[in-house]
Design a protein around this ligand. Structure first.
Ligand SMILES: C[S@@+](CC[C@H](N)C(=O)[O-])C[C@H]1O[C@@H](n2cnc3c(N)ncnc32)[C@H](O)[C@@H]1O
Length: 240
């Protein structure tokens, strides 16, 4: 698929995936590598502000809130946000038509009544640190980087610069990325080789590989029936 076509993978594409329940990424348990590496991510600190970009209805938000952190998510599709609350028996209050600091659009913000979770329903790139009430101490990026197609044009560097703007200088950023050797037409989840990681994160972050999980070819799977691996990196901001 050409880069021009890939640029059209926007809200409509994701809305369709949600409405057709094509959400193979959804997990029914907390992510095991988040649990394994949370102390490295938070540097053993408690009561942090944690950002979950492109959150969908991830249970990781609930788990992070249960660890005592204040969680902020963002997703531009309303359906998973409302499902997240309903499926976890949580109630929310909705702030209608909140004006974003650097964009014309007005958006809805969902605030959980029982836990410290707030979800912004808007494009990640329209959201600024001003809108979310200040910088975050930690970012958990699971299938967010790979969903924004960082291999296309300047998207990768735009994304990492944006992420850096949300993070405190002593914050931690953990990211999951996919690697495979087949041509998927460039669709999400993008393949992110080591060189691309270095190219897009290297200016702003020190990169440390934490873990790799390899998956064998599995013809029974409807998607990702080929060999692939998931890589986990911890990123620390460069401060000079
Ligand atoms: C692959 S899913 C990942 C969901 C979640 N991180 C998880 O672990 O289950 C990507 C999500 O990002 C949302 N999304 C994609 N691009 C976005 C953007 N630019 N701004 C806000 N949300 C976006 C989609 O609606 C979708 O719910």
């Amino acid at each position: 698929m050409s880069n021009d076509k890939l640029e059209t993978i926007t809200a409509k594409y994701w809305q369709k995936r949600w409405s057709q329940n094509e959400i193979g990424w959804q997990r029914d348990a907390v992510h095991k590598f988040l649990v394994k590496y949370v102390d490295e991510l938070t540097d053993y600190r408690s009561n942090l502000r944690v950002f979950v970009p492109l959150c969908g209805k991830s249970l990781d938000m609930l788990w992070l809130a249960d660890q005592g952190h204040h969680v902020v998510g963002v997703d531009f599709v309303k359906h998973p946000i409302e499902s997240f609350f309903e499926e976890n028996n949580l109630t929310f209050s909705k702030l209608f038509k909140v004006k974003l600091a650097a964009a014309c659009e007005q958006i809805d913000v969902y605030k959980c009544e029982e836990k410290q979770i707030t979800i912004f329903c808007c494009d990640l790139f329209a959201l600024t640190v001003e809108d979310v009430g200040g910088k975050f101490d930690a970012i958990w990026d699971r299938s967010s980087l790979s969903a924004v197609l960082p291999q296309v044009g300047d998207r990768g560097k735009r994304y990492t610069k944006h992420m850096r703007s949300f993070l405190t200088d002593n914050g931690g950023y953990m990211v999951e990325s996919h690697r495979y050797n087949v041509d998927c037409g460039g669709l999400p989840p993008a393949c992110i080789p080591e060189e691309l990681m270095k190219e897009i994160y290297g200016d702003h972050f020190i990169i440390k590989e934490l873990d790799v999980e390899k998956f064998a070819k599995d013809p029974k799977r409807s998607s990702f029936a080929f060999e692939y691996s998931l890589h986990y990196h911890l990123l620390k901001p460069k401060t000079n």
